[in-house]
Design a protein around this ligand. Sequence first.
Ligand code: CP
Ligand code: NVA
Length: 310
Amino acid sequence: MAVQMKGKDVLSIHELSREEVRQILETAKILKLKNLTGEPFQPLKGKTLGMIFQKSSTRTRISFEVAMWQLGGYALFLNTADLQLNRGETIADTARVLSRYLDAIMIRTYAHQEVLDLAANSTVPVINGLTDRFHPCQALTDLFTIAEKKETLAGLNLVYLGDGNNMAHSLIFGGAKVGLNVTVCCPPGYQPDSEIVSQAQADALPTGAQIAISHDPAEAVRQADIIYTDVWTSMGREKEHAERVKMLSPYQVNRALLENAGEKALVMHCLPAHRGEEITDEVMDDPRSIVFDQAENRLHVQKAILSLVI
Ligand code: CP
Ligand code: NVA
């Protein structure tokens, strides 16, 4: 049965119910099929999405903008450098004002608290387009992509290698909701936030997903169905780059690592990739890499989210 999601914020997967996650994935499947057959689906005629960006973006900006256009609506790109936010207007006042014009707000920023403040003061749904803590739209897309390729999610093993960052956090929350086992394999000191790991383990009780931390890449990938990586230096961490390259190099996704995994293991990356750092060219361009299908699916999954919450 359909779950009512109109007006709902999408701030982190932890705050979505298992039914809501399932509904987003099922809706995305239907909308992707409509895209392929050319059947129009325009439930958002006359609706407007504001997209606030404090950080760079290729996929998120373009896929949200195209998603709104395909759904019959309109999207405005709002660079924080041009908003009065940049001159001291509060996020709460910005939320109150934008709610008078827009039907939904998508935001990409640094502090997750800003997204919480925006949502708390907004009367329209707020969608998190990435914070330092979470990237829910990407992880929902990743679940969709895995289900598309493997025809199931529950009981599969996803091994995430590298920095225990916003992607790692969202993948463990996502895995927990659908029964996908997620191991974050990282150096000590680069582990995901322990509070998020505990919350994900609690979320995983009804689904049986195993959420684990490892420090041994060769061992971790042995049973992997999915090998996932992300940049070692996320946006805002640029000053730590040299140290991160040194610490994270043993966790690079390269051919030697892939040899430890089974033949059927697929490789994922949320992109943008720093080729030669967290992933080598030959693995990015290997037939087992599904990174560009993953990027395409942002469009279909975000269309699902937008059509459900607006
Ligand atoms: N994966 C992702 O969010 O890409 P962008 O930073 O290009 O939006
Ligand atoms: N962890 C990366 C993801 C980019 C989509 C970052 O935050 O920069």
